[in-house]
Each structure stands twice: as C-alpha cells, then as structure tokens.
Design a protein around this ligand. Structure first.
Ligand code: ADP
Ligand code: MG
Length: 682
C-alpha cells in the first residue's frame, strides 16, 4: 500500500527550497499534492487556424517555418529570436527573448505545434515565447494542461512536474474511498481514475466525470459528518430544562422599544427549546442591526432566573465590552450580576472573577477567547451564547460547552447564508432567522463611484465631520501579506491625515497592531475623540458607534458582496442618515453588476445569494467569511444540484445505518472520521 502521508521532500524533484514553497500552499505530504486540484485547464490539444487567432488569447497552432530562426541583438543581455511560420490560412511571427539555444531547433521541412499568447495588431499576427513540439510529439502541447493556484516563486511548470511525479507514485494504487454500491448506482469514476483525470484529463468530458466523482465524495462526507454531529447532540444527551415560570416578557415589557415580529418569533422558538430537557443547539441568523443582542440577553435572563449561569463569547474585546454595556443596561433592575473577562483584564480582577464565578456569584460571564482557558470554572453553566459565530470553530464551541453539563447553546451570526445552504451546512444546528430590521431604520444610502468623483467624496466627508459626525475609511487586504497591508493602509492614512483631512483627527488601524492598540483606538473612536478612522477590515465585526454615519470603502471591487454588506452595517446605527460610498476600479461587467447589487439592496440574504452567484468558481477566497467550511473542489453555487442529491443520499444512508456500522458503509465511516480529524470548521 502507498503511504499518502509521505512527506513531500521524498518526492522526486522536491528539494528543501521547494518544500518551503509547497508548505506555503498548504502542501506537506503526498496526499496534499494529489489533492491540490487545478484551478483551470488549458487546452493545448486542438490547433487553431492562424487566420482565426484572436488578440490576447493563448492558442495552439500547427505550422511550418518559412525562414530560419533569426537573432536580433537589441542591447546587451537582450536578444530577440524571431521565426516566421505559416499554416494553410496565414502567417504568424513568433518571438522569444534570449533563447539563442533555439537556433538549430527548427527545420523548414518539418511541421511544429506552438502554444502561446497571441497578439493581433493591424492584421499582423504574433505569438510570444510559445512552448512547442514537433508535429507528432505531445510533450509541451497536444494535451489538456492543468493550471494551479500558485504562490510567488513557484512556476506552473514546476508544480506541474511535481504533481506529475506524485501521480506516478500513486498511479493505480489508491485505495477506493467510496463504497462500491455508490460508485455503481451513481455511475462514478473510481478513485484512481478520478485523481488522474482531474489533473491530466484525456479530454474535457473525462475531466467533468472526475470532478463529479470528487465533488460527490467531498459533499457526501461533509454531509454525513454533519448528520453524525447532530445525532450525537440530539439522541444521547439529557440537557437542562429552564423554568417554565420565568417569563421573558417581564423584561420585554420594560424595553424602550417594542420587539419586531421576527424577534418575537425567534424568542418563542428559543424559549420553547430552553424549557425542554434536551440541550438546545440553535443557530440564530440575523442581518447586521437586526437586534440579536437583545435575544441573547433575554435567553441569559431565562437561564439565570432558572438558577443557572450563562457564558457569552464574542470574537473581540471591543465587542465583548459592548455586550457588557448592553447586558448591564437592560438587566439593571434584576439583580443579575454580569462580569467581563478578556485578555486585558488585570490579574487581580481576574482572580476575583474566577473565584466568584466558581462560587456562583457571577451570573453572566461575558468575554473573548479568554473564557476558554482551563481555569475558568463555572458553578453551573446552563447556557452558552457565542456571537459572530464564524470566528469560532467547532472545537472552540465544544470547549466552552464542556464547561457545563450539556448546557444549552445559542450561536449567533450576522452572516446571511442563503437559506438553502444554511439548512444543508448547519446540519448540526437548528436555525432561527431574524428576517426583519427594527422599524424607522433609515436605509443606508449606498453609492458606487469611480476615481473621478474622489474630490466630491472627500468634500462630503468633510461636510459631515464639520456637522459633528464620524467616518470610516476601509481599504482592502491587498496581499496575503500583513507587511504590505500595513504599508498600504499607512500610506493611504498618511495622505488623508497630512493632506486631505489635515484639519481633522485621523487615525488608522491595521491587522499588524497589537490587540490592545487596536482596542484603544476603537475606544477613542467610540468616544468621539477621532473623526476619521482608516482601517483594514479589522472593524468588520459588530462594532457600534452610532455617531459615525459614513463608510467609505476603497477598492470595493476586491471585496465579496457579503463582506461589503457587513462593513456597511457599521454605519446606520444611530439617528443620522448614513452613507456607504464604494470606490471601485475596473470596467468589467461583473464588477459593475456587483456594485449595482450592493447599491440597490440592503437585504443581506439577497446579497449573499447574488454573491455566491457572481463569484463563480474561480474565486477561492470568501467562503471563509460565510462561515462555510472550505471545500477543496466543490463550489456551492455551481454544485447546488449535487449538494441536494448528496443530502438525500446521506439521509437515506443514515436512516438505515445511523452510526455507519454496516459492512457496506465501512468506507463512509472512514471518510467521516477523517473529516473530524481534519477538524471541520463550521
Ligand atoms: P445585531 O443584530 O447586529 O447584533 P444589535 O443587537 O446590536 O444588532 O442591535 C442594533 C441596535 O438596534 C441596538 O442599538 C439595539 O438596541 C436596537 N434594537 C434592537 N431591537 C430593536 C427593536 N425591536 N426596535 C428598535 N431598536 C432595536
Ligand atoms: Mg451583534
């Protein structure tokens, strides 16, 4: 049997340098290599007529040299090699740079295939630096060639060769991962064929078949894993039932506003769950500003008045402090004790909190990851709330849950996930949705603008700041490189601070700063001590500064729609008319369509559906922000049909064989275990 865990350094052609580069791509072992799927394929198998070549395209031609290769020395270190070739339809001029070794490669009596980038100017057809083969040789051409997502310094040719080597090693020896009955029934390629054809397909139809099989496997194992999570939670455990005589309405009636219909409906669902003696395990989805915090507060109220403690976990210190404020305000007349635990909490304070927590004196502990530490011990934890769920993984969720005896769990997220997907992806959670914003919310007016309106935008910001408002300016992550990001924010900030808005108080915020520095700046912004805050997307999550009414987003075309919507949700939280200004570059149809969607609707669900649709398969970042597990090959928009099919198959399997114990499902059990090993982050 082959060892799929064999480290890449043992693969032919992989030295220490390449090991490092591969590691950067997340490739450590043989298995990672063969599942490093191409992002697309180049068809170098079908030649085109020279007369049909299009400017800018990469194409294959089959042609005969008209002349010998000529060399033109342009300057020192730069020699241009030229070759004219013809086919039955026209002439093409081929050029290479500094490749003088090609001198004797061509014979005017032979036919060759050339593959390269074409330019057509005034009827002159040229091809630059093509790869080539003799007519009946298929070395660089004649095939469908995989193109891989890459990192700096690793060329397509290199990774292609490495993967070719890896495939040679495993050729025909991979152990089948799906049961025979599924392969047969759904007419799927076996694993060996699929892996080979996904990289180096014989033709496009075998590529599609290979992809189908791999998508099937990926979605099926995910779905089965999710079902089994749900089963673990539902069937085996007895939970805590809260007191039927504790009425949330006691608090609701005293609120300064009336709850929306959606909030009331969700509360009813939660209330019912909490009174059952099986643990609640519920996902609460609601757009930014839809009022999720109050739901958390009321749930905690119910827990505390039933005699149990609650834990509320938020992804940042700022958010946690904000929650503490809201909780304390709303619960002020109830005698309920709330405390805050974050990494910045002083040692002395922390000791005091830990003691009172284990004694049961603290009713609600609000905090960040700091709550997860071993020494945080509750007396009787009955409810766990995690806010902005997609920042926490399953593991963290289960860590906090294990601090109680099957406590109830409420997971809140502002990331709208299209309904169809949510139901499938959160197989382990019941779902409540707040699909309505509180009344009298002013719509955030959104404008997409190009560079030539920059001055007007700046003037508009000035005018609002003069009136006492505050503004955010967000710029995107330029590279997956914090240094560069920090630099680009600082340059931008510099220009704003020292030139454009030199009369105002401008600060900047980026991911490289220490959490403490970030929190301090956010705090000053919150207190109105900063007029304009320039930042990377670190402000994305739920910060509440009602006085800020402008959100400017630089290079908006680089963000996903869902993310733009999240960012926009930072404004429009107070009484002032708020604006979101999207500065974008580029003329492509898809960019314009995206800008149009985000400008025209404020409905997070519609936006996330569109987002998925407009992203297409090429774009591989972005799923994370949905809280959707990363897929290696499946694309949730394209493969929605397959997803539905697989869901019904998974359901059928689980109904017959809940724990996948039957012989025929042995392989599926392995797949599911592997998913857990690799820690699905849901
Ligand atoms: P999110 O769902 O984004 O966490 P919050 O819970 O922070 O939203 O609520 C946003 C703001 O709306 C808060 O200031 C909150 O007090 C207010 N709010 C919540 N529910 C209502 C309501 N039914 N009517 C009016 N204002 C509300
Ligand atoms: Mg919130």
């Amino acid at each position: 049997m082959i060892d799929l865990k064999k480290e890449v350094q043992f693969i032919k052609g992989v030295g220490p340098n390449r090991v490092k580069l591969l590691n950067k791509l997340g490739i450590y072992v043989l298995e990672d290599l063969i599942t490093y799927y191409p992002r697309e394929h180049e068809d170098r198998s079908k030649p085109k007529n020279i007369s049909d070549l299009q400017d800018g395209e990469e194409s294959l031609i089959s042609a005969i040299p008209i002349s010998r290769l000529s060399e033109v020395r342009i300057r020192k270190n730069l020699t241009l090699c030229k070759l004219s070739v013809r086919d039955e339809t026209g002439i093409c001029q081929i050029t290479w740079f500094n490749q003088t070794y090609l001198k004797n490669s061509f014979n005017i009596n032979n036919r060759y295939k050339f593959y390269g980038k074409v330019s057509v100017k005034n009827g002159r057809v040229e091809m630059q630096s093509p790869v080539f083969d003799l007519e009946n040789v298929d070395k660089n051409t004649g095939k469908i060639i995989p193109i891989y997502p890459l990192t700096y310094n690793l060329s397509q040719n290199t990774i292609r060769k490495i993967i070719e080597e890896a495939l040679k090693e495993v050729d025909g020896k991979l152990e089948e991962t799906l049961p025979d009955y599924l392969l047969e029934k759904y007419n799927l390629y076996d694993i060996n064929k699929a892996i080979k054809q996904i990289h180096f397909p014989d033709n496009f139809s075998s590529f599609f078949e290979a992809r189908k099989r791999l998508v099937f496997e990926e979605l099926l194992s995910m779905q089965l894993a999710l079902f089994s999570l749900k089963n673990n939670i539902d069937s085996n455990k007895k939970g805590i039932s809260f007191d039927k005589d504790v009425y949330m309405s006691d608090i609701i009636n005293k609120l300064p506003f009336s709850l929306t219909k959606a909030q009331l409906r969700v509360l009813e669902e939660i209330d019912k769950d909490l009174e059952l003696d099986k643990p609640m395990n519920r996902l609460l989805q609601g757009d930014v500003g839809s009022g999720k915090t109050i739901i958390a507060i009321l749930s905690c109220y119910k827990a505390v008045k039933s005699g149990y403690q609650s834990a509320v976990m938020a992804p940042t210190a700022i958010l946690a402090s904000q929650h503490l404020e809201s909780f304390t305000e709303i619960l002020k007349d109830t005698g309920i004790k709330c405390e805050l635990l974050i990494s910045g909490t002083t040692k002395k304070k922390k000791e005091d909190i830990l003691k009172r927590l284990s004694d049961g004196e603290i009713d609600i502990l609000i905090g960040t990851h700091a709550i997860l530490e071993e020494n945080v011990i509750f007396k009787n934890l009955g409810l766990v709330v995690t806010d902005e769920q997609h920042r926490f993984g399953v593991r963290q969720r289960s860590k906090i849950v294990s601090k109680g005896n099957n406590p109830n769990v409420l997971v809140m997220t502002a990331t709208p996930i299209p309904r169809t997907l949510a139901l499938i992806l959160y197989g382990d959670l019941d779902i409540s949705i707040i699909d309505e914003l509180p009344p009298n919310r002013k719509k955030i007016e959104t404008y997409a603008v190009t560079k030539n309106l920059e001055q007007r935008v700046n003037a508009f910001i000035s005018k609002n700041v003069e009136e006492g408002r505050q503004a955010y300016i967000v710029c995107p992550l330029v590279e997956e490189n914090e240094e560069i990001d920090a630099k680009s924010v600082m340059e931008l900030a510099d220009n704003y601070k020292n030139n454009i808005f030199s009369n105002y108080r401008v600060e900047y915020l980026h991911g490289k700063m220490k959490p403490k520095e970030k929190d301090e700046i956010m705090e000053r912004f919150k207190n109105g001590e900063i007029d304009i805050l320039i930042s990377t997307t670190v402000i994305e999550v739920g910060v509440n500064v009602p006085n800020s009414n402008i959100m400017v987003i630089e290079n908006a075309e680089r963000f996903g729609l869902a993310q733009l919507h999240q960012l926009r949700g930072r404004v429009g939280r107070g009484e002032y008319q708020s604006y979101c200004i999207l500065k974008y570059q580029g003329n492509s149809k898809i960019i314009k369509e995206r800008m149009k969607v985000i400008s025209q609707t404020n409905d997070g669900f519609i936006i996330s559906e569109k987002d998925l649709e407009l992203r297409g398969s090429g774009e591989f970042f972005g799923t994370k922000q949905h809280g959707i597990p990363e897929f290696k090959i499946a694309n949730l928009f394209e493969d929605i049909g397959m997803l539905k099919l697989v869901q019904s198959i998974a359901m059928e399997i689980i109904n017959k064989d809940e724990n996948l114990e039957r012989e025929e499902n042995k392989k599926l059990k392995l797949l599911v275990n592997k998913k857990f090993e690799n820690r699905i982050e849901i």
